[in-house]
Design a binder for this molecule. Structure first.
Ligand code: BDR
Ligand code: CA
Length: 309
């Protein structure tokens, strides 16, 4: 099977951790590097979490540290969901893996410049690194196959009444990415809230009994506690893994092409994603928005993948 070259830009993060494990397990993805963003926790923590995840599970992959802050605002983090370290109570074993000398933007530029085929960029955190890259190296846009992004919502927000976290943290960066002209597949809350895992399914993953299953269990269980306390749910949405799952099997998703933009000025709606499903604005449809998933197939994919590591 032809491999899919990808770069993953992420902010691990409980659900970013599951996305990375899913990617590591499936060798059809040719991971050309991981660039780290600030988001769920401070960049020092997201970088350290990535370093340990890669070091323990897929040590050949290069990691580059990204921007510390959003383009214009101060950083907003989410330790209540992801824990102070970023992966709940998980302690990953120490590893000798080293971080690249190049920062994320320079790493993206070098990798895309040298690439002989186009590369897909998966984004599972605030989009600061990618926006800076697009502004600094506009000529390299043509080397990007597409963006597959977790972010946004047309069903209400998880930070403000209307804004989803990844977009809210750096809405100006998201605006640059949505306007880039690059093909975009978006996994907003519309689909990720349907991609949930239940507590009994989580216990099945735990029962695999490997380091990967222990890490996956710890990461998901921490987020599950938050969802139980805050929303009274016995399941937790797997937001970020939807991006990787889409690359592995797009057939388990449904979606619709639509014009997507970011609200940058609203008094109450800053960071809202406008998803014009019904073409009210008559603008160019710049994004394929995923809004449904075969949940059972998705959970099976997660289980099978974690078992493979
Ligand atoms: C997104 O925000 C983060 O907290 C998660 O990692 C995910 O990327 C969900 O809104
Ligand atoms: Ca994330």
């Amino acid at each position: 099977m032809k491999k899919i070259p990808v770069i993953i830009d992420c902010d691990p993060g409980c659900d970013d951790t599951i996305a990375l494990l899913l990617a590591f397990a499936n060798k059809v993805l040719d991971i050309k590097g991981i660039t780290v963003s600030a988001g769920n926790v401070h960049i020092n923590n997201t970088t350290e979490n990535t370093r340990r995840l890669v070091g323990n599970f897929s040590s050949e992959i290069n990691i580059a540290r990204g921007c510390e802050k959003p383009l214009f605002k101060t950083i907003v983090t989410a330790p209540e969901v992801h824990g102070e370290s970023g992966i709940g109570n998980v302690t990953l074993p120490e590893t000798k893996k080293e971080i690249e000398k190049l920062n994320a933007v320079e790493y993206l530029a070098k990798t895309l410049k040298e690439a002989t085929e186009k590369i897909t960029i998966v984004i599972t955190g605030p989009m600061t690194n990618i926006a800076v890259f697009l502004m600094t190296y506009p000529e390299l846009k043509e080397k990007i196959e597409k963006f597959v992004i977790m972010g946004g919502s047309s069903i209400g927000g998880n930070v403000t009444p209307t804004a989803e976290f990844n977009i809210y943290v750096d809405a100006e960066a998201a605006d640059i990415v949505f306007k880039s002209g690059v093909e975009i597949i978006l996994c907003p809350l519309d689909v990720t809230m349907k991609a949930f895992i239940k507590d009994d399914e989580l216990l099945k993953i735990k029962s695999i009994g490997s380091l990967a299953s222990e890490v996956a269990f710890g990461a998901i269980d921490h987020a599950l506690s938050f969802y139980k306390q805050t929303y009274g749910r016995d399941s937790v949405p797997m937001h970020d893994p939807c991006t990787i799952a889409y690359l592995l099997n797009p057939n388990i998703f449904e979606g619709k092409k639509a014009f997507v933009a970011t609200e940058l000025r609203g008094e109450f709606t800053y960071g809202e994603t406008i998803i014009d499903y019904n073409d009210k604005l008559k603008r160019t449809k710049n994004v394929l928005v995923l809004n449904n998933i075969n949940r059972e197939a998705f959970v099976e994919m997660l289980y099978d993948s974690i078992k493979k590591i």
